[in-house]
Design a protein around this ligand. Structure first.
Ligand SMILES: Nc1ncnc2c1ncn2[C@@H]1O[C@H](COP(=O)(O)OP(=O)(O)OP(=O)(O)O)[C@@H](O)[C@H]1O
Ligand SMILES: [Mg+2]
Length: 331
């Protein structure tokens, strides 16, 4: 299938002489959720702005649905919805008016039924006559999405949709994005939150210093990173791993008071249940345990690490740490 967006050898040098993009090649597949990860200043907004026709490329070709973004600007642009990084709406307009007006900007004839559908899908229908200034932050963000969808685009760009928003609102945004994706819209989102990419994306791209450092299926990436560690904090330190436990490849840490078991979280059997049974037989008791999983975050950090910078600190315990029950189910 022809990609919905094709970026070839795209470079951008700003008037200041700054090279914000360097020979970027990227294809976006129809219907996917693509997450573009990268640190501040990596070039994410520049890339999006070029595809959306807001910034001129210095070199390279971009097509949207087969339409060249420079030669065939209108056709390319009409297929794209953009929710920009900076929220901008007219505070004194009503939701209905502002979304309807956005559609008009694309020269599309009025279609109240479509606007209604968009507002309903974003849970804004009961707010359609409210002025924007009277809406909560989360509602305002949804209005931005409604505006971007007003002209029935096939591709939606969300530039940092959840930057600086609280956990609840972030989850609300994720639900909105998922349902848009289910309705067939191709979604490209930029984020600093690796967790967001892990959770939402079909594919992940990492951009650093104007270069696309990696593009990969998220699942494939996660499989490569599927190793997990179980750490057991022992009641009493032990001098060495007992011979009966040799088969597990255990490591002994923290002066003998921590046992670390590394296993493949994707495997049918993780071996945890039998390990815990054998520990008990060997009379080794533990007071606490936790699991850690290598993650996108680690690759991300290693990819964007600046030359000479210190190695990343181990991942702190976080939401990635699945409860032990999860593993026990698979043992
Ligand atoms: N109009 C401009 N003129 C000159 N340099 C610019 C301009 N716009 C962006 N840049 C520079 O290009 C680089 C990439 O900026 P861009 O906004 O694309 O980064 P980003 O990945 O979106 O960052 P963030 O995560 O902070 O949003 C930055 O170094 C930025 O300072
Ligand atoms: Mg940006």
């Amino acid at each position: 299938m022809q990609p919905v967006i094709e970026v070839q050898n795209l470079s951008k040098t700003y008037a200041s002489g700054f090279k914000a993009l360097k020979h970027v090649d990227l294809q976006i597949r129809r219907g996917e959720i693509f997450a573009l990860l990268g640190p501040n200043g990596a070039g994410k907004t520049t890339l999006i702005s070029i595809i959306c026709g807001i910034v001129n490329p210095s070199e390279g070709v971009v097509t949207v649905d087969g339409h060249d973004i420079v030669r065939d600007y209108r056709a390319a642009r009409s297929r794209i919805g953009l929710v920009p990084q900076e929220l901008t709406t007219d505070a004194f307009e009503t939701v209905w008016a502002t979304v309807t007006f956005s559609r008009g900007l694309f020269g599309k004839s009025a279609n109240p039924a479509h606007i209604e559908k968009v507002l309903r899908s974003l849970y804004l229908w009961d707010k359609k006559d409210s002025k924007i200034l009277a809406l909560s932050g989360g509602m305002k963000r949804r209005v931005m999405i409604a505006k971007a969808l007003s002209h029935e685009p096939t591709v939606l760009f969300l530039d940092e949709p959840t930057a600086g928003v609280d956990v609840e609102l972030r989850q609300e945004m994720w639900n909105v994005v998922r349902s848009l994706s289910d309705s067939g819209v191709t979604i490209i989102l930029t984020t600093h939150y690796i967790e967001e990419a892990e959770l939402m994306a079909d594919r992940v791209g990492v951009i650093n210093d104007g270069e696309l450092a990696l593009v990969e299926e998220k699942n494939a990436l996660m499989r490569k990173l599927g190793k997990k560690q179980l750490s057991l904090e022992l009641h009493e330190p032990i001098p060495a791993v007992p011979p009966v436990l040799e088969g597990y490849g255990l490591e002994l840490g923290s002066d003998g008071s921590e046992l670390i078991y590394t296993y493949d979280s994707q495997a049918e059997r993780t071996g945890i249940t039998t390990l815990l049974g054998q520990l008990q037989q060997a009379g080794i008791t533990f007071k606490d345990l936790h699991t850690t999983q290598s993650s996108l975050e680690e690759i991300f950090v290693s990819l964007v690490r600046r030359p000479g910078a210190a190695a990343p600190a181990p991942r702190p315990p976080g939401p990635q740490e699945a409860a032990l029950q999860y593993d026990a189910e698979k043992t």
